[in-house]
Design a binder for this molecule. Structure first.
Ligand SMILES: Cc1cc2nc3c(=O)[nH]c(=O)nc-3n(C[C@H](O)[C@H](O)[C@H](O)COP(=O)(O)O)c2cc1C
Length: 160
């Protein structure tokens, strides 16, 4: 089975996922045209794959696709499913989607600083407090567990 890995990562989170996939398929990595499966991944930019990956997705035809992504907010399956429903809009119908995987990824410190500023003017705002909590949670991701879950998701997708 020949695979191709395409990804976009600004701060290295999505790159960690891509490197894990690379290790898994080390000898079977080929260019896009020759691949049976395209692994394509992105960070989340305002709820969508990055513009670069949106364009890449639109250009893939007649392949098996496994999508992987990282996101800063909501480390739960519901949020991941919502994000994937947005990503799949960029995938042509001639492709077969064999699976997807998301996990949280740490965010830039500027985001926490913005929440902290907001909290100064609204010290009892539970939403802002939750956002700071979520920011702290995200700092540890992607971690080893995330990468193991990714490997499992890929194994499951390949067996289908
Ligand atoms: C401009 C910008 C927009 C973002 N929008 C979202 C978003 O809508 N939802 C989300 O969960 N995370 C969002 N994030 C967080 C990143 O997607 C997250 O930190 C990701 O893991 C970064 O991946 P990378 O290290 O591969 O670049 C945003 C980050 C930036 C910088």
């Amino acid at each position: 089975m020949k695979v191709c890995i395409i990804y976009d990562s600004i701060t290295g989170n999505t790159k960690k996922l891509a490197e894990t996939i690379k290790e898994k398929f080390s000898k079977d990595i080929v260019e896009k045209e020759l691949a049976d499966i395209i692994f394509i991944g992105s960070w989340t930019d305002k709820g969508n794959p990055s513009e670069k990956i949106q364009k890449e997705l639109l250009n893939i035809k007649n392949k098996k696709i496994f999508y992987f992504g990282t996101c800063g907010f909501g480390g739960n399956e519901e949020y991941f499913a919502l994000l994937f429903s947005r990503a799949r809009k960029f995938i042509d119908e001639s492709n077969e989607i064999i699976g997807y995987f998301y996990c949280q990824g740490k965010m830039p410190i500027s985001i926490k600083e913005r929440y902290e500023q907001m909290l100064k003017s609204n010290p009892n705002d539970e939403k802002i407090k939750k956002s700071i909590e979520n920011f702290e949670n995200a700092l540890a991701h992607p971690n080893e567990d995330d990468l193991n879950e990714l490997k499992k998701a890929i194994d499951k997708a390949i067996k289908l």
